[in-house]
Design a binder for this molecule. Structure first.
Ligand code: FES
Length: 206
């Protein structure tokens, strides 16, 4: 039979071992350890949450820094199709009838979403014969060709979506299911092409 203040040796049930004295157990040390562990767990949760939150905050900050097109922005030749003219202001006469040209708002060229395709669909020097659309394809976000295809459409090199510049950039071929959003145009005091507002609609795929 087991005596008081004893415990059974589980490996040898016939042997009674002395029970641990309450004095062996340091209550204060135990509660300090518990508190320490709780804090460690809280710090762990906090670090875990930060690991997710920081990249999202950084991305948001980056997007805020990258400004979109706004009213009054002067449109300049994009580097891809302009050679030495890259970065200089575009005049309506730089775009012959039936051709397209890619431009950026001046000072905002680090944001690829600002790339714009300007097309002259009618003769004339003013903005009447010019239309402009986001050059970011609404299918999966590739930049469209600056040069129009043989049918006079804006084409995307990735999966061959095609948009009709004379008809509000309506989709006329390929997998895109949304037109390119338009950019309203105007003329600056020196006759340069400017944006008369932001791009009117979501840029790229939704
Ligand atoms: S990204 Fe333009 S057609 Fe697919």
């Amino acid at each position: 039979m087991m005596r008081a203040n004893t415990r059974t040796d589980t490996r040898n049930p016939s042997v009674d071992l002395p029970a641990p004295e309450l004095g062996d157990f340091d209550v204060q040390q135990y509660s300090t350890r518990r508190r320490f562990l709780k804090w460690m767990i809280r710090i762990g949760y906090g670090a875990f949450a930060l690991a997710f939150a920081l990249p999202a905050l950084a991305l948001r900050a980056l997007q805020t820094e990258q400004q979109g097109i706004a009213e009054g922005d002067v449109l300049v030749f994009a580097s891809g199709n302009a050679g030495a003219q890259a970065g200089t202001a575009v005049k309506p006469g730089d775009i012959p009838e039936g051709t397209g040209l890619q431009v950026f708002p001046q000072g905002k060229t680090d944001n690829q979403s600002n790339l714009v395709e300007v097309v002259r669909i009618a003769p004339g020097e003013g903005v009447d014969g010019l239309v402009a659309y986001s050059a970011i394809c609404t299918h999966l976000g590739c930049a469209v060709y600056a040069k129009l295809n043989q049918a006079g459409h804006i084409a995307c090199p990735c999966h061959n979506s095609q948009f009709d510049p004379a008809n509000n950039a309506k989709v006329v071929g390929g997998p895109a299911n949304r037109p390119l959003p338009p950019l309203p145009l105007g003329l600056g005091p020196d006759g340069s092409l400017i944006a008369s507002g932001p791009i009117e609609g979501p840029i790229g795929p939704e």
